[in-house]
Write a protein that binds this ligand. Structure first.
Ligand code: ATP
Ligand code: MG
Length: 369
């Protein structure tokens, strides 16, 4: 396993001029040896491009890649000693399941007894033990994809294992099992794993560190907790969470924060206050989970007009609008509340406390520290 240092950019265009010409904007990042990472972001943000630069399937148009300090920018995927699992199964139909799993080892001249032992172990982890002698051609797509995963995991000497949305073809229940399995395998072998997905649940359950990408840029790298509590960019706030973070326009006026024509004076660290004061206008970010119903005379309470209150099973999702006082369309706000929300009706005025220790502030879409 290896530490992977990236200092690169990639454009599929011959002479890139503007940011939009880059599939990957200049990126400087280290994947630590033995870490479990996810690359998370919407379609087209550059996840596969980044993964292929790491594996050597793609040479970045600028910069370098180092494995344990050694420059591998020019090295082939074989020379980099990478295992890669793709979105769709890549297996040999004419071979048995066992032969498919053994292939990456036999190909490298691993002794037969060692191959047997390792194939047995991986088959056991993936519940493939009973089908080792079956021909792969007759198997369903998800069984074939399990074999692909197994082929990725069978070698112990790889620098890293890269997964590009490997569970797309797998049915939801098995998906959940395999995700857990991958996590267990990681904990047992401490392999460097890099896992591409556009599914936040998948990324957040699997990875220790999630690299959130947007339009060729890594906008934040952090644990599930950090991405939830302190999104570094409004994009991360929107993208992570279900539903995502609420954002409301705010102004600094005469020593207080003004939102939708009302004044608030939450307790904030002095440097945050100073930054808000300097900026003048900003956004307030608050997660649906951290909004609470309050009484009208609560100093931090914000009046909202209830649009809808839905019973989601474990919580109530309340959609409301905040009049913004500027004549513009009112901002929508979503709150995850308890059974106290059952009494809310469309058109009601409710009071929500939007300011608490979880509230984040954004200037030019970036988090105020
Ligand atoms: N071979 C290519 N030639 C030209 N442009 C490409 C090529 N491959 C990808 N792109 C472009 O580069 C950008 C990043 O693509 P990439 O495939 O890395 O995104 P992704 O995050 O993996 O998306 P998805 O979730 O859909 O797989 C996109 O704008 C895409 O159109
Ligand atoms: Mg992709």
């Amino acid at each position: 396993m290896a530490r992977i240092d990236l200092d690169l950019a990639h454009s599929y265009v011959a002479h890139p001029q503007k940011d939009e010409d880059y599939a990957l904007l200049p990126l400087n990042f280290t994947f630590e040896d033995g870490g479990a990472y996810a690359l998370l972001g919407p379609s087209g943000c550059g996840k596969t491009t980044l993964l292929n630069c790491i594996s050597g399937l793609l040479r970045p148009s600028q910069g370098t890649i180092r494995f344990d300090g050694a420059d591998v920018t020019e090295a082939s995927p074989q020379a980099r000693n990478i295992a890669q699992v793709f979105q769709f199964p890549v297996i040999y139909d004419t071979m048995t399941v066992g032969e498919n799993l053994a292939f990456p080892l036999r190909n490298r001249g691993v002794p037969a007894d060692k191959v047997r032992e390792r194939v047995g172990r991986v088959a056991e982890m993936l519940d493939l033990s009973s089908s080792l002698d079956r021909r792969a051609s007759g198997l369903a797509a998800d069984a074939k994809q399990k074999i692909s995963l197994g082929r990725g995991l069978v070698r112990q000497d790889v620098s890293a294992i890269l997964f590009d949305e490997p569970l797309t073809v797998i049915d939801p229940h098995l998906k959940w099992q395999l995700r857990r399995k991958l996590k267990e395998i990681h904990q047992e072998f401490r392999l460097t794993l890099i896992y591409v997905t556009h599914d936040q649940t998948e990324a957040l359950t699997f990875a220790e560190q999630v690299v959130v990408m947007s339009r060729g840029k890594a906008v934040q790298v952090g644990s599930a907790d950090a991405l939830f509590e302190r999104p570094a960019h409004t994009f991360v706030g929107h993208f992570i969470g279900s539903p995502g973070m609420n954002f409301l326009p705010g102004q600094w006026r005469d020593g207080a924060i003004e939102v939708a024509g009302r004044r608030y004076m939450p307790e904030l660290p002095p440097q945050t206050l100073a930054a808000l004061q300097t900026a003048g206008s900003f956004k307030i970010g608050v997660r649906p989970e951290y909004l609470q119903l309050a009484l009208a005379d609560h100093p931090q309470a914000m009046p909202v007009r209830v649009e809808r209150a839905q019973d989601i099973g474990t919580y109530w999702l309340v959609t409301a609008t905040v009049a913004n006082g500027t004549g513009e369309a009112p901002a929508t706000i979503r709150a995850r509340l308890g059974t106290e929300a059952a009494a809310l009706r469309p058109g009601d005025t409710a009071w929500l406390t939007a300011f608490n220790r979880h509230t984040c502030f954004y200037i030019n879409e970036e988090l105020v520290p």
